[in-house]
Design a protein around this ligand. Sequence first.
Ligand SMILES: *[C@@H]1O[C@H](CO)[C@@H](O)[C@H](O)[C@H]1NC(C)=O
Ligand SMILES: *[C@@H]1O[C@H](CO)[C@@H](O)[C@H](O)[C@H]1NC(C)=O
Ligand SMILES: *[C@@H]1O[C@H](CO)[C@@H](O)[C@H](O)[C@H]1NC(C)=O
Length: 296
Amino acid sequence: MSTFNLFITLLVSFLLSSFVSSYSGNDVQLWCNQTPNPQPCEYFLTNSPTHQYKQINQKSDFLQLSLQLVQERALIAHANTLSLASKCRNPRETVAWTDCVELYEQTILKLNKTLDPNTKSSHVDTQTWLSTALTNLETCKAGFYELGVQDYVLSFMSNNVTQLLSNTLALNKVDYEEPSYKDGFPTWVKPGDRKLLQASSPTSKANVVVSKDGSGKYTTVSAAINAAPVISSGRYVIYVKGGEYNEQNDFTRRSRAPPARLHTVHMNSSEVTPCNRLPGDFEVVTAPVIAYWGVQ
Ligand SMILES: *[C@@H]1O[C@H](CO)[C@@H](O)[C@H](O)[C@H]1NC(C)=O
Ligand SMILES: *[C@@H]1O[C@H](CO)[C@@H](O)[C@H](O)[C@H]1NC(C)=O
Ligand SMILES: *[C@@H]1O[C@H](CO)[C@@H](O)[C@H](O)[C@H]1NC(C)=O
C-alpha cells in the first residue's frame, strides 16, 4: 500500500465532496426522516427555490437550513395573519387575532436571534429560544379556543410552522452537550445563585416555595409562575423542591402583561422533570442538577 493509493483516495473523496454541492431529493428525504415531522420538511425543502441547492454535509448544515426554512415560513405566516384582520367577526376573535400577530412577531424575533451570526449562543440558548418560539405558537392557537372562537379565522391561519419548529428543536437537541461543572454546579450558574442554592435554608431566601407534598405555597411550578408579580423591585425567586413536575402543557398560558424581567426559578433536584416550555416572559435552561429559569 503506497502513498499513491492514499493520494487516490484523497483525490476521490475530494472530488466526491466537491460534487456534493447540492442535494438531491433523496438526500432531503434522508435528512428529513431524522426529524419528527418529515412531510412538511421534505415538502418545503424540495419546493422552495431559496433552499434548494444548498450544501448539506453534516447535521449542523441541516439544522441551519431547517432554521432558515422555519424563519421563512414564520415570516409568511405572520404576513398571512396580519392580512386576516377584516375576517374577525366579533371582539373576541379580534382579541385572539391581535395576540397571534404579536406572538408571531415574538416567534420571528427568537428565530432571528437564533440565526443571527453575531449572537453567541450555546445549544442550550438555542433550545431555549426555539422552545419559547414554539410556546408562542401554541399560545396563539390556545387563545382562539379559550375565547371559544376557534371555528373561523383560525382555519385561515393553518400552516406548518409548528411542525417545522419542532423539527429544529429535535435537531438541535441531538447536539446538546452536558454543561461543564464547577463545585458541583453547572458553570452558567452565577456565583450569587450558587450561594443561594448552597444556603443552609435556601427556601427561606425564596419568595415562594413550590412543593409536591404541599409544604410550599404551590404544588405546581406553573401555578407559582402564573402568580408571580409582573413587576418586581428585585429578583423574584421561586424555589422548587425535589419531585416530579410534569407540567409541560400547563405553560401555554402567557402573561398578557408587560414582560416580567426579574424572575428566577430555582429547582433543587435531579429528580425534577425539567420543563422546557414556559410562558414568553420566562426563559429556561435545564441542567441535570438544578434548573435555572429566568429572563436573560
Ligand atoms: C403543510 O405541509 C404539507 C406537507 O406535509 C403540505 O401538503 C401542505 O400544503 C402544507 N400546508 C401549508 C398551509 O403550507
Ligand atoms: C427577521 O429576519 C428577517 C429576515 O432576515 C427580516 O426580514 C425581518 O425583518 C426580521 N424581523 C425582525 C423583527 O427583526
Ligand atoms: C435538595 O433536595 C434534597 C432532597 O430532595 C435535600 O436533601 C437537599 O438538602 C436539597 N438541597 C438544597 C440545596 O436545598
